[in-house]
Design a protein. Sequence first.
Lengths: 196, 191, 94
Amino acid sequence: MNEGHSVALECGKTVDELSDYLAAGRLPYDPDIETCPECLNALDALERVGTLSRSLLEREARELPPPPANWFDRIMDVVRSEMRVGRSLPVQHPDPRVQITITEGAVRALVRSVGDEIDGLYIGRVDIDGDAEVTGAPVEVNITGTIRWDQSVLDATALLRSAVYEALAQHTDLNVVAVNVTIEDVHDFANGEDES
Amino acid sequence: MTGRSGGAASPLSGLSDRILVERASDGDELAFGEIVRRHSGIMRAYTSRIVGSLSEADDVVQEAFSTAWKQLPTLRDGSAVKAWLMKIASREAFALIRRRGTDAALDDGIDVPARDSTNPEAIAVHNARLAALSKALATLPDAQRTSWLLREIGGFSYDEIAEQTSLPVSTVRGNLSRARASIMIQMEGWR
Amino acid sequence: MSALESGRFTEVILGVDGVVDAFPPPSIPRLIAAATGDVERAIVPTNDGLRIDARIATKLDGRSADSARAVADALLAEHPAPDVEIRIQIARIR
């Protein structure tokens, strides 16, 4: 069947088949396998090797010598040079000789910093939905975040919403008609805590 | 912390992959820095076994993270970022192997010292098994080891492995089957 | 453009309340800007007149849009001409 000559047990099942069966969570239940002692032994052995191999890599991951001194910094250099600027959002000025914009990246970063100020909240994604490049076009700001376990989701979202409205009014000319917040996750550290 | 780059753990280390990916997708470099810290270890360990040396692995993983930063906004499910990063690292690793002009990837048997623990005997047994697995992997022919790593660690499908290694799927299946059998025999005295 | 004019340009921009930084504008290749030793310079004569590009950072506890408008006003005052074109981009708030 296979060009590569699969290794087979005496009962006829191949190591390949058993491995796939294991990977599928042993579903759907295969009575030929599950009632065959040789197959069951092989499945156990495969399972032990599987756990071990993940363990091997995880241990190596912890215990490898660290990469060269500039390794991390060079990655961050690339990051910094590829700034996510996004769209250019208009800021109004009466003189026709003048064109002012604010980058979407700057606005997102603004919303993030405003959100991070709220105790227990950490902002994820900030989306400005709408024709933001058109002066005065209505936009909705959609924000995701994670909240510390001991904080009230309702209180934090209400605070965030009003803080975002205020910040965008203070810094931009965006016509924000809605700020939608989705708390996706719960975490268990306090913002601004020192590194342990 | 040995094996980690970028210094001590930050408060971001308590956050899920998902929220960090969302944040980094939007442009937050600190969030991306935490993703790098968190996953670079396993990427380095995995990549080393494909390309054969840690220093080349470090180049590959560095390149992989640059690619990851640029492509991060395309990742729909942030919680799957580890597998996603492993795939990028894998592609870069194979690109390196192709550039080297030979398919032979030598495993120089990375030396991993055992850790001290409060339960030395259990740890010693575990370490011995890890060492045995490491040795078993090293004895495999390159094609088998690579297929095994890509499947068991990388989680790639047979088709994806075939694509990466430029081999027919049936050959990949055969390599995998023999690799699994070899490892099981060496590890478990099976058969 | 002389260093004096470019220095003045930066001075005018940074003199506006709420502006904390000025960057090389995206429209001028960095290489050229670096080669002229004049990284903030962004005053380009075009066929239609003068075009001024400024990229700024504003402060978090200020009003960025207002600051940018004030920068435009300050630059207009420095270069009053019917055919001048002034482009300002707020790239960062901190």
